[in-house]
Design a protein around this ligand. Structure first.
Ligand SMILES: [Zn+2]
Length: 107
């Protein structure tokens, strides 16, 4: 499942907090949030704001998607003899994509 981050709807910053009740936890010796309320505040805007959830995209996944789109486009010219070196470029892209896929598979 993709991770998300919570950002300020005004400035898109991540320096945001929510109102919450906390209960004392004897085991951890800390106050632990027990109820989180709707009111939210941005420390950067210094006022109450609404918050947005933003999906965090792995930059390797974004690069892989961009390379895949380039590969699809270039495949259309693979048999065109006027496009010099396109086979080598497609090989390079394929190798780069393989490296990214392996990186993603191993976290
Ligand atoms: Zn803000």
């Amino acid at each position: 499942m993709a991770k998300i981050k919570i950002v300020c709807a005004e400035c898109e910053g991540e320096n945001v907090v929510r109102d919450a009740w906390a209960s004392w936890d004897v085991e951890t010796q800390k106050w632990e949030a027990s109820s989180v309320f709707d009111d939210a505040r941005c420390e950067d805007c210094d006022r109450e704001v609404s918050l947005n959830e933003v999906e965090i995209v792995d930059p390797r996944k974004a690069a892989l998607d961009a390379l895949s789109a380039a590969q699809d486009f270039m495949n259309g010219f693979a048999d065109d003899e006027t496009q010099e070196g396109i086979g080598d470029m497609l090989d390079d892209i394929g190798a780069a994509m393989k490296g990214l896929e392996e990186g993603l598979a191993h976290g």
